[in-house]
Design a protein around this ligand. Structure first.
Ligand SMILES: [Zn+2]
Length: 218
């Protein structure tokens, strides 16, 4: 995998925020803006949903993205497609090299099936997304709920597929300071759950903070 660095300087970003370990984050991007997520301490999983701004009906589709690029992993050059096959964002820089879009988001249900029944009530990405969607629904005067949760991306998460087609939740390949950067190809709403998972080797069982940055169109 080829790593691609960005020429953009963090000092010129118009928005720059640290998202604490385990917390959700919501933001909007205008077409042409660049959006970077930095894995500050390494091997954090950043579960992310994208929607066309002002509507949740058109949203990121893992299935369309995988089919059109003819590959399972996301990295520089990947065009993130919507369920209407419109380009939403393009990954323009990536110093990690591989991001997952097959593993889905952790939830109370997956916590209990994958780990143990008593893990059911542990904090999960699905709960983070539902919390963020409730805020978004209040802004739009709509009732957003589980139906509005579609496929997500797990930035910095390593889920290799074996030649037999099995998914493996493997140790992370990211490291402190690695980042992924996208150009918005339409106005988008971004929902992030900075994964609070304590049971998965992908983040070394230790959720850590990330930084998000936005630049005006270069
Ligand atoms: Zn999670």
């Amino acid at each position: 995998m080829a790593l691609v660095e960005s020429a953009l300087d963090p000092a010129t970003a118009v928005r720059r925020e640290v998202v604490a370990a385990g917390e959700p984050w919501m933001g909007s991007l205008s077409e042409g803006q660049h959006f970077r997520i930095v894995d500050l301490r390494g091997n954090q999983a950043v579960d992310t949903l994208f929607y066309r701004a002002q509507t949740l009906e058109e949203r990121y589709s893992a299935q369309d993205t995988i089919r059109e690029q003819g590959g399972l992993y996301l990295t520089s050059g990947s065009v993130l497609l919507s369920n209407e096959c419109n380009p939403m964002l393009t990954i323009v820089a990536d110093t990690c090299g591989r991001h997952d879009t097959l593993g889905g988001a952790c939830s109370a249900e997956s916590n209990s099936v994958r780990y143990a029944l008593e893990k059911r009530d542990m904090h999960s990405c699905r709960d983070n997304f539902l919390l963020a969607l409730a805020h978004l629904g209040a802004l739009y005067g709509r009732d957003f709920n589980k139906r509005d949760l579609a496929s997500n991306i797990n930035f910095f998460m390593n889920v290799p597929v074996t030649p037999q087609g099995q998914l493996t939740f493997a140790d992370g390949i990211s490291a402190a300071g690695r980042y992924v950067e996208m150009r918005a190809d339409m106005d988008v709403t971004v929902l992030i759950s900075n994964c609070p998972q304590l049971n998965n080797p992908c983040n070394a069982y230790n959720p850590t903070p990330i930084e998000v940055l936005v630049w005006e169109a270069p």
